[in-house]
Design a protein around this ligand. Sequence first.
Ligand code: PEP
Ligand code: MG
Length: 776
Amino acid sequence: MIIIKQEGRKIISGASMKDVPNILWLEEIRKEDIVSVGGKGASLGEMASIGLPVPKAFVVTAQAFRRFLVETGIEKKIFASYERLDVEDNEALEKAADGAKTMVLRAKMPAFIKDEIRHAYKKISAEDLIVAVRSSATAEDLPDASFAGQQETYLNIKGEAALLEAVQKCWASLYGARAIYYRAKQGFDDHTVNIAVVVQQLVHSEKAGVMFTSHPITGEPLTIIEGSWGLGEAVVSGSVSPDKYIFDQRSEKVDDVLISNKKVEIIADGDHGTKLVDVPASRQDTQVLSTPEITKLAMYGKIAENHYGIPQDVEWGIVNGIIYILQSRPITTIGNKKEAKSMSGQKQNAKIILQGQGAAPGIASGRVVVIRDVKDTGSVKEGDILVTKMTSPDMVPAMRKVAAIITDEGGLTCHAAIVSRELGTPAVVGTKTATHVLTNGQLITVDGEKGLIYEGEITAPAKPAQVVQMAAAAPHIITATSVKVNVSIPEAAARAAATGADGVGLLRIEHLILGLNKTPGWFIANNKEEDFVRELHDGIKIVLDAFPGKPVWVRTLDAPTDEFRNMMGGENEPLEHNPMLGWRGIRRDIQSPDQFRLQVESFKRLWKEGYDNLGIMFPMVSHPDEFLAAKAMMMACGVDVDNVTLGIMIEIPASAIMIEDFLKCGIKFASFGTNDLVQYTLAIDRNNENVADMYEPQHPAVLHLIHTAIQMCRAYDVECSICGQAGSDPKMASWLVEHGIASISANIDAIAKIREAVARTEKRIILEAARNRDAE
Ligand code: PEP
Ligand code: MG
């Protein structure tokens, strides 16, 4: 049983702010103290309070900062210095910000605050402990205000003098230009905005990783732990294939251990952050965690899950045999997120203010931040709801932070929909009017499954029983039809692999390239070809490493010209009236040999490194000549084309109609890109919300094309697959299995239900065949 040490709490919410001390120890903090210690401080305190081994820390409270302002007499001066500031006047804003920051930095910290910080630092450890110093802004009306530009972190701080300086620097960051601008725009009263500073022991993990306290897809009581050498960053960023351990909470035993070859690790680099180094050969294949360590970690995970009432995604680290829990937050994947946050009771009374297409499942509440220009994404903070006309690749960093995404434009296959699903962020697209109807700061709830947006916050806490129910509904299933997964951003690779998918049926590289914010043409024109090849190689490698021994089909570049326009080099892109029907896919690569060559160069390196599971898929082919041309170009680049896996997408009706000619040319696989196949068969723009309800993947004409192509591929014994969005629909999956498809590649969030639909259909086919035999 977990005993919450409530009696240890120093501040009782509602108590006068005057009574709040300058320093609070983690053990004294509860989540209610967020106004005094900020979001970071409160969540660390909450974890410590339930007995999790959090690295030692104390918080210099927001009230200490306030006292500093008052005692030094700069409080009034600071506010007066920018009282009449026009924040749109950049020069004036920068000047005011510099002035305010300088005032904070130059002011002499009152001796009593200094002494208390020094004393706390000594108490943390007799020797000068290396700490991280992190700021966390708070406001009375919005306690967890992680305002833009104020999340300063100073790592590797050692000694009293350096600590005091870092604290003062954190305080000064409250008056950065971007921060002042953001608060003014959001209508915050700057007089009430404060800043707390978290001072925490820096853990230089010898081994570290992540843990899902329940199965992230099915919710089964299985703890999944991934671990590798060095800092956890290597596992989180996907730079290494970690060991994987499964701990069954029912039997309280380690169920499965998968030891990976861990080639690299991230370690501390003196005072200058971190560096990636090779793991010595002797440790590469050594198991990272012992059975007692796995068991103990699973126990901590369970404590966190029980406390928060919802499965957790936990970061951990181990130094000298001591386990530290570094972070715990709700799992943001699939079933759990959607199911665990049930709104049922409250939803009837809630007011629907907007509707669109549910593009990525899950329910989230938060405050609206309307982004009209990608330049403004700096104002997006953790937990916001991003509202924009349509997302673009350069918005991905902001998309990572938000609780949900809403767009005016787009359908189920637009950029916002694809990326949100991979990030596990609820999304509603094609609302037509979100950027006009919703206002900055407005509190709303988004249902990414149903495509509904409600007024206010209406999520309810988790019901653990539901998670258990889900577990029973979705056991591990083996199917004859392969169930693969689609990936677009390498950072989603680990989540994609955790679904247990049989491979990657589509890796879209354009998201990777668009994320570089420079067109391939720019790299070529600026003699930076090697950079391009390396980025592509490294991104694809992350996905290959997540799927050892399983096929990964990488698609060559398929970005319409309009998606390149905002990038460096985008000014050279032709203006097309209809980019969807324009210069994209293999037709562009054939006419741009340099662009194609660079892609091939990265594939060649990967094949050379031994990744024979890498297959290449050509998009938008409309005639076998295009396949042959691409193959010939690869051969000219030195690829042994007969010994690598080359296939095509069937996404233009012409390729479905002429499939036999392609088969005769030696394609090794074909995969339906139904997102385009539907739009080109029915003449329905897939991104146009005005015709979204006519976009019909199960239209008889589309099904006819699919059916005939499958039969032909079967006749030639060539793998026929699907990677379009329709493959994520269980009904369509069932139809495809009945019609003989060999594999289905679905979105990460759909794998569990597709696997189940496939298994059910396969069993029915077998049963019917047996019954028919018996009847004969
Ligand atoms: C498709 O067209 O179905 C497909 C998978 O490709 P994209 O969505 O990237 O055009
Ligand atoms: Mg397509």
